[in-house]
Ligand binder design. Structure first.
Ligand SMILES: C=C1C[C@]23C[C@@]1(O)CC[C@H]2[C@@]12CC[C@H](O)[C@@](C)(C(=O)O1)[C@H]2[C@@H]3C(=O)O
Ligand SMILES: O=C(O)CCC(=O)C(=O)O
Ligand SMILES: [Fe+2]
Length: 326
């Protein structure tokens, strides 16, 4: 992977070709959650792209803006103060290093554990009461959206009960994670025709990810033909993606989408992502309601705990699911 010689600021950060304005995703599925057609539109988008934009989701702009302002305030603290909330593993503040296996990106972040509906009480960060309150309010709201979307997925797939998928994230002991990412502008690369990797290409291991970002673009997804396209930002919408576990539960009908973030040379990007995962002991296997007569699972049997362990022992860009294919 190319790294820029002589620019210590971006040392060890992989570089990417600058996004080309023509790469904007023109076919982006946009789903109105308040519309009766939402379940079918969601299932269709998950089958074609594993990704869609969600509007009319009902989360007040205030809830999103408050968390964004608190996050911006946190990330502008002196480095030594932020470092006191680290390291990121298992949960806390991290900078440039992603995971424990050598991945690097042009970002800093907070990785947080989520309990039944809010931040885990045991979660060490952040200590500021206003930030914690904003996190709790936002997490409770985004989690409800994730549940509504998973119910719509079941309806769109034509399976019963309606909570066949969502029950996995509402169950006792479900493994939910929340992440706030800050990608500072990467001035060192301005005008050089390349960009710093903010978050390298990967798929999310969980069932569902629900992302909201400020008005700075940078998120890209890979289409099924391998082409990378840029996702135009929209601070009022959520972007939903299918994770590896949901691909398995649907026996490959829904696609776990490969995505990455390219850092901007001028503007900072702030994103907040809810990752809905099941309980560690949950078996991840195609739902019987989705298997046609004589249809076999494409995957070996495993639990979320086993898959998570394999994922966390992998590099970001590794195709983790490949090891679980029959
Ligand atoms: C390199 C890694 C970071 C990651 C754990 C892993 O070993 C591979 C999966 C990565 C990922 C991607 C989605 C989420 O951001 C995340 C929290 C997750 O559950 O899996 C990250 C992990 C991480 O940053 O710890
Ligand atoms: O920050 C973003 O916009 C996306 C980050 C991401 O894909 C992740 O944290 O898993
Ligand atoms: Fe991701």
């Amino acid at each position: 992977m190319a790294v820029l010689a002589g620019s210590p600021a971006v040392d060890h950060i992989p570089l990417l070709r600058s996004p080309d304005p023509g790469d904007n995703f023109s076919g982006m599925p946009v789903v109105d959650l308040s519309s009766p057609g939402a379940p079918r539109a969601i299932a269709d988008a998950c089958e074609r792209f594993g990704f869609f934009k969600l509007v009319n989701h009902g989360v007040p702009a205030d809830t999103m803006d408050r968390l964004e302002s608190e996050a911006v305030r946190f990330f502008s603290l002196p480095q030594a103060d932020k470092d006191r909330s680290g390291p990121a593993y298992p949960f806390g503040y991290g900078s440039k290093r992603i995971g424990l296996n050598g991945d690097m990106g042009w970002l800093e972040y907070l990785l947080l554990a989520v309990d039944a509906a809010s931040l885990s009480a045991a979660c060490a960060v952040p200590s500021c009461a206003l930030f914690r309150a904003a996190l709790n309010e936002y997490i409770a709201a985004v989690r409800k959206v994730a549940v509504r979307v998973m119910e719509a997925m079941a309806e769109g797939l034509g399976i019963a009960p309606v909570d066949a998928l969502s029950a996995m994230v509402t169950a006792e002991g479900s493994d939910q994670v929340f992440r706030v990412n800050h990608y500072p502008p990467c001035h060192a690369l301005q005008g050089l025709g390349c960009s710093a990797t903010g978050f390298g290409e990967h798929t999310d291991p969980q069932l569902i990810s629900v992302l909201r970002s400020n008005g700075t673009s940078g998120l890209q997804i890979a289409l099924q033909n391998g082409q990378w396209v840029s996702v135009p930002s929209d601070r009022d919408a959520f972007f939903v993606n299918v994770g590896d576990s949901l691909q398995v539960l649907t026996n490959g009908r829904f696609k776990s989408v490969k995505h990455r973030v390219v850092a901007n040379s001028l503007k900072s990007r702030v994103s907040m992502i809810y990752f809905g995962g099941p309980a560690m002991t949950q078996r991840i296997a195609p739902l019987p309601q989705l298997l046609g007569a004589g249809e076999q699972s494409l995957y070996k049997d495993f639990t979320w705990g086993e898959y998570k362990k394999a994922a966390y022992n992998s590099r970001l860009g590794d195709n983790m699911l490949a090891h679980f294919h029959r």
